[in-house]
Design a protein around this ligand. Sequence first.
Ligand code: ZN
Length: 541
Amino acid sequence: MKNTLLTFLLLCVTFTSFSQSLQEKFQRAKIYYSDSQQLSQLESLGVAVDHGKHKKGHFIISDFSTKELTIARDYGFKLEVLIDDLEQHFLTQNNLRVPLKNLECAALSETYQTPVHFNDPAGSMGGYFTYQEVLDELDQMKALYPNLITTKSNISTFLTQGQPDNSVTPSIGGNGIKWVKISDNPDASEPEPEILYTAIHHAREPMSLHQLIFYMWYLLENYETDTEVQSIVNNTELYFVPVVNPDGYLYNEKTNPNGGGFWRKNRRNNGNGTFGVDNNRNYEYFIDGNSGNGMWGGEGSSGNPDSQVYRGSSPFSEVENQAMKWFVEQHNFIMAFNNHSYGELLLRPYGYIENTPSADEELLDNLGAELVSQNGYNNILSAELYAAAGDSDDFMYGTVGTHDKILAYTPEIGPEFWPPSNQIEAISKSMMYHNVTAAKMTNNFASIKDTAPIYTGTSPMIDASFEIKRFGLSGNGDFSVLLNPISNNINAAGDAVSFNGLELLETQDGNIQYSLSGSVNSGDLIVYELVVNNGSFDTTL
Ligand SMILES: [Zn+2]
């Protein structure tokens, strides 16, 4: 007995020191600040403040390495440590299966059913997918739905250059960056709007990846039976790069096989004993298209290779960024969503400098507001909270010339980097309206709002008034709206109403009359739905 105990203790000690030697300790902390310049100063000092819970002008709560917190303290920032050891915190919370504290997510759960092929737990890394399991998911999608998704492929011939390490499968270093397309006739290039969804620029943000896999399964499984899904898939080319930075993701698997790894960057050997470049600081953006006006290396990035926000030695020095640049230039994406975690935000360009809206601010703001209308995320300018020069969205939106302008956003998904894995399903569902609606926006699409007051009169004819607003980025702007009675106390409804040539963001009021049967009493529910048809699919309010 004594021997067994001793062996056990020794194993624990060995394991602990092994684990600590691989990754620094991470702590959740609240750092106080008074203006966004100070946040940018923190980023420039190498402290990553781009994911977390912000109270603008007051504090940020996020997850930091002890090294980052030392820097913040040394520069006079007041801070409180809220969770001492985040790796342990994840393992404990994961075991307890702590539920998601967000009623809005719960409310959404009925709208989008969990796909049959999306399991709980999703994968074997503390409930999260390993990288190999992500690849297996893509293969399984292809095997089951060969006519709706392409075989996973590498982006051109780009192979990652992380410090080679074959202690995980696949090895770190030498990985292709995989993409797939979901569409009808997926292997053909059809004249349909193209949309791009990416995840894992940052390795420690698994929720951004999992909600994409959930969404992909949802599209595939519901194609046959759901006319809305069918229409999206038939009329859109949906591209996915689920893991932009496989080496970083694999490194977290190596150091934390049960989940909770906090590696963020890729795994480049910087040659001075440090590793990794921040792939979301390595893009270039030219102000006004002037190549003398590059913003790589600006605010919110660091030249220190040890930093979490190290921008690399030059713009596009990293294979992951070269691959994304190449991919974007081969396509004609109208919208792009570069998914990250966390903070429950939707960020739009520009990111390189504080409070600098783009020429398309009104459009980006309006589309964003619709996208977050169900999950309640904050729809804000990327640099409203902090600057981050060299990020994906500035490049995709702003650097025209080598590709057309893309309406590029960064969703910051979920309440922390590693939520307990039993929350994956609810968080994924909370992104579904966003993901589905984004695809619709690349086509002819309008949204509708019920503006009818509560009915209190005695008239036999009642107005179902509504407001229709166009969000679709292509198509003719023609829509029809019809009233579909649900409760059987509705006797008859008027004809569908047509709207022709609606401009982007144009709003119009509409009205359809309906009559009630004689047997309606005060307090009875009157239920109907308003259905918008855009010529190829219906959207129901
Ligand atoms: Zn990120």
